[in-house]
Design a binder for this molecule. Sequence first.
Ligand SMILES: NC(=O)c1ccc[n+]([C@@H]2O[C@H](COP(=O)([O-])OP(=O)(O)OC[C@H]3O[C@@H](n4cnc5c(N)ncnc54)[C@H](O)[C@@H]3O)[C@@H](O)[C@H]2O)c1
Length: 327
Amino acid sequence: MGRAGQIHAGIFKDKVPEATLMCVVDEAENAAKDAGTRLGVNWTTDTDKALRDDTVDAVVVAVPTYSHASVASAALEAGKHVLVEKPLAHTPKEAERLFREAQSSDRVFQVGYMRRYDRAYREVKDRIANGSLGLLLIYRAIAHDPAPPPGWAADPKLSGGIFYDMLSHDFDMGRYLMASEVSSVYAIGSSKVCEEVAKKGDLDTVAVIMKFKSGAFGYVEGFRNSPYGYDLRTEVVGSGGSAVVGAMNDPGLTFADQKGLRQYGVKWFADRFNAAFVAEDNDFAKAIVTRGDPRVSASDGIRAVEIAEACRLSVARKKPVSLEELD
Ligand SMILES: NC(=O)c1ccc[n+]([C@@H]2O[C@H](COP(=O)([O-])OP(=O)(O)OC[C@H]3O[C@@H](n4cnc5c(N)ncnc54)[C@H](O)[C@@H]3O)[C@@H](O)[C@H]2O)c1
């Protein structure tokens, strides 16, 4: 019942007709109790007890990334369908283990890359599919967060680091839109802005050049502490045109007074992707009810982790890293 857990719980309470929110869980009693009371559902601090409940069919795992593998694995073992937040895990080893368990299970297993459900990204994907952009040449993504990551997320040993925690969204979107796997990356980074991030050994500013197997190129940029707020922009350039998602301003919000005309950005991911989270959770429920495949699979989860790991290694080795080297 942290940031992500509360978003999903609120959605499952009211906005997924095929599901009933049965219970909220958090090891911190106040977090579980506050959310349970607010939502009017059972709450507990005992994950195992919740997993033993036979009336529960499915679980959303939104614990910190370092516990994804253990909690998601316990949920699969208890026979539950699982939607695990991104990234799949904070190390390649844990991600691989969870991936294998998901592959050998007959339960629905989905990874929380909710941007894939966003209307604008969907439209780009559709236009690419109908050929409007021609041959895809360049993928460009800019991700600037408004504030440094809180608590555990500032520690790369717990979150996997900026490439896992933050930019794996952009790696997932790159694979999805460009319809190609990434073959190699060259990543550079610094940590001059967020003191806690630097102290814990992570980076706050990074840039990644990627090569796709298709022959296309990619550029992904991440910044943890943008002075003007949240800024997410994505562009796909093709021989037939270009598609851009996102802008520094929020076109839906303009403010005017004696100081002049001002436009602000979207505040944070929960506002920007609210509808996408709703669609993501509904896709999970639909996959369970129809025994279909969710839009984001365990394979997608492991591929994003591999790209993140290659970036991490590239910074350490100060040279490009081919994803084949990871095997
Ligand atoms: N899709 C997105 O854009 C998005 C956005 C935010 C977070 N996330 C992901 O969601 C996950 C959680 O992030 P957050 O920001 O919500 O974290 P958070 O720190 O806000 O919340 C985590 C909660 O989990 C509880 N917890 C910790 N270990 C637990 C355990 N073993 N069992 C039960 N409860 C436990 C903590 O008490 C805390 O309340 C992360 O993997 C993160 O990457 C995804």
